[in-house]
Design a binder for this molecule. Structure first.
Ligand code: AR6
Length: 176
């Protein structure tokens, strides 16, 4: 399981994987952060398609093509806005990862890359978010063999270090 998880520092729009995940907002019409970067790299056809999707509730996921991206697909998910921790934020973030894995298996793909959902503009504490991301990934990999590689693309060294440390914590707590 550990060998299927990769943590890298870099730009998700450059990843050569079957699908990249976008940390979008409920409108799916683009924004700042990783969402802005993905729309710029994919080109205007991406917005043309996401306009037809009718938005996306927080915690769910929607699929579009990748257009000019190296990735064939974009899985758009909407993370929760951090409101202090008592507004179901942790469950909603876990639900983003679960729904992205479901979308990936429905597409029949083998490789996927995630950004650190909700931890930029939406203010989710990084360590807590990383723990949720990696725990959901480990749980998924325990029962599902479809995905061969799951990449966490960390934008900056701080995020990279936190993900690496958290992966060790999650794996040892699961007894692997
Ligand atoms: N590649 C990988 N990660 C990136 C990139 C990139 N090119 N650019 C930024 N990040 P954010 P959120 C990191 O704010 O918190 C948008 O406006 C970033 O450093 O992109 O879920 C949407 O439209 C951080 O670690 O997403 C929504 O309105 C992580 O991606 C809102 O922001 C997530 O930061 C969503 O906020």
């Amino acid at each position: 399981m550990r060998e299927k998880i990769e943590i890298v520092q870099g730009d998700i729009t450059k990843q050569k994987v079957d699908a990249i995940v976008n940390a979008a907002n409920n409108s799916l019409l683009g924004g700042g952060g990783v969402d802005g970067a993905i729309h710029r790299a994919a080109g205007p056809d991406l917005l043309r398609e996401t306009r037809t999707l009718g938005g996306c509730p927080t915690g769910e996921a929607r699929v579009s093509k990748g257009y000019r991206l190296p990735a064939k697909w974009v899985i758009h998910t909407v993370g929760p806005i951090w409101q202090g921790g008592n507004s179901n934020e942790e469950e909603l973030l876990a639900s983003c990862y679960r729904n992205c894995f479901k979308a990936a298996t429905d597409l029949g793909i083998k490789t996927i890359a995630f950004p650190s959902i909700s931890t930029g503009a939406y203010g989710f504490p990084l360590k807590r978010a990383a723990k949720i991301a990696l725990r959901e990934t480990a749980t998924f990999l325990e029962t599902n063999q479809d995905l061969e590689k799951i990449v966490f693309v960390c934008f900056g060294k701080e995020v990279f270090d936190v993900y690496n440390q958290t992966l060790e914590d999650v794996i040892s707590s699961l007894g692997h």
